[in-house]
Design a protein. Structure first.
Length: 193
């Protein structure tokens, strides 16, 4: 068993590829049914297709039109859980109420610190000694949903934005798998089922 997952991305897609890998090597019981991007230049989708996983690009400026197409796709693919991984759009309250506690997001900071864009840069500017990453349920705010789990990264004097982001990303990859595994168990979608 496991979830029928959809992963939503806007960019590079390293977390997405890492989730696919964990499903393929059976670390997770879930199946990635589709990867959806809102970016027409998502070259990473070619890699996904080579793995035999469906992809879809939804380009709609108006959020209600975007969400209508998204809902339709999620329904067609019988999706029961959605992972946002570098997905750069805010979903509306109307859409989210049908997906309460069924959509999670990863953010490169220890929330509630440094919500929104440029979280790594903001952490460096504040000279924090520790930062990290958070996975939270998605609600109508920006990075405000209930926190599920976090991982910590120590900030070194020698860190610049690039180096720190790289260290955080490594932890993101570990955290995302850990959280999906936890939720598979929580929702009784785990291996023991
Ligand atoms: C990650 O840092 C994630 O925390 C943030 O966007 C970035 C996405 O990276 N939300 P990738 O596309 O998964 O490589």
């Amino acid at each position: 068993m496991g979830f029928n997952l959809a992963i939503l991305i806007s960019g590079r897609g390293s977390n997405m590829l890492n989730i696919i890998e964990a499903c393929n090597n059976k670390t997770l019981s879930s199946k990635v049914k589709i990867v959806i991007s809102n970016n027409k230049n998502s070259s990473v989708l070619t890699k996904v297709e080579k793995k035999g996983i469906k992809t879809k690009i939804i380009l709609e400026n108006q959020i209600n039109k975007f969400e209508k197409k998204l809902s339709q796709t999620l329904h067609e693919e019988k999706i029961n859980f959605v992972c946002l991984a570098g997905f750069m759009r805010i979903l509306s309250k109307g859409f989210l109420c049908n997906w309460e506690k069924k959509i999670i997001n990863i953010h490169p900071s220890i929330l509630p610190a440094f919500k929104g864009l440029n979280a790594v840069k903001k952490a460096l500017e504040k000279k924090v000694k520790y930062t990290g990453c958070t996975i939270h349920y998605v609600d109508k705010g920006v990075d405000t949903g209930e926190i599920i789990d976090q991982r910590i990264v120590k900030v070194l004097k020698t860190d610049n934005e690039e180096r720190l982001a790289k260290k955080i990303l490594k932890e993101e990859h570990i955290l995302y798998i850990k959280v999906i595994e936890l939720l598979e168990k929580k929702y009784n979608y785990g291996k023991d089922r």
